[in-house]
Unconditional design. Sequence first.
Lengths: 215, 177
Amino acid sequence: MLASIPSLAACKVIGVRRGTSLRAQVEDRLGCGAHVCVRTEFRKLRALLTLALLSALLGACGDPVHDRAVDELGPEVPGVPKGPLHRPGQPCVLCHSAAGGDPPFSFAGTVYINAASATPIDGVEVHIVDSSGKKFSTVTNCAGNFIARPSEYSPDFPCWVSLRSGTVFREMDSPIYREGSCAACHSEPRGPSSAGHVFLIDDPTIEQAPVSQCH
Amino acid sequence: MPLNVASSVQIVILALGFYLPACGPNLEQQTAEQDVQLQAPSRNDFPPVSDALQLRCATLDCHGQAGRNLRIYGYGGLRLSATQSPLDFPTADAEYVASYDSVVGLDPEALSKVVTLQADPNSLSMIRKARGIEHHKGGQQMQTGDALDRCIVLWLQNKSDANPCIDVAQAPHPTTE
């Protein structure tokens, strides 16, 4: 079956008539009249077909590790459309990257009220600075999410991050060296390789959480 | 008459078959290498080095990951105990030991030559990558002679000095606001 593909494809590409010798048809169509010319054209066709076949095969090969990580995120929550409010607490850049296919983010994450709370918090300022001193600031939305797009901020790693809401100031202990998703290192549950989710209030007895402006 | 593809492949395979055995070390060399007692730098002097590596190399998004060949355990990063998280407790002795084992296990033969023969530290992939000589996904992390570089290299050469390691921890960084 494979052996028949070049000749069939040749017919299709060059647009020759069926029922006569393929070589004669090609010579007639191309007006070369010489066997050398036909051989050259067939070689070109074969090379093109090989390239097309390889491209198709390579295109079918995804990254199974990435695909599995995306699958493990599960489906969208019913009632929450894809957009700035979806999937709080998940590693955003997994999908929002060249590999993921969604509009890329430099940084993105979700801020929660405190370490024990699963309630995200809006209106928190997120400040980022990179190794060259380039800064970016944004504010969390009603899902507690924040986003930095490459058009807004393209940092030179490492980066340092802090949160502010009024007088409450929280600074991340360690720098970020390459990861754009907060949740890649700040996932739930806390464990040997996760610091737990990002939060604003460390000690509720002395720090006041801001009042949410979202309904 | 031009050679067809099959003939060309056969010739290449035959040529490789003759060529490759000639490239490898001979049996005498292999036996001699096996007889060498490998040396590693001091484990007692490693904690300050590990603390410096922790800050500069071992965040959870880099060498603070269990899947890496070079993995560093400690406060602020990957923890050895399944019940601890990055910010729970200071780095434990067992974590220094685990990090030490990881570092000295990367290039043991080359490391031994650096320790005993004062061989060029650039013979170690860890140094080449951190200095940016060899491709490193995390980029260049030190330059020859800077604090992190001296901290690591002096330890490798059994001339440990904790001061440059402490300097790494105290290095200022840009402020976010």
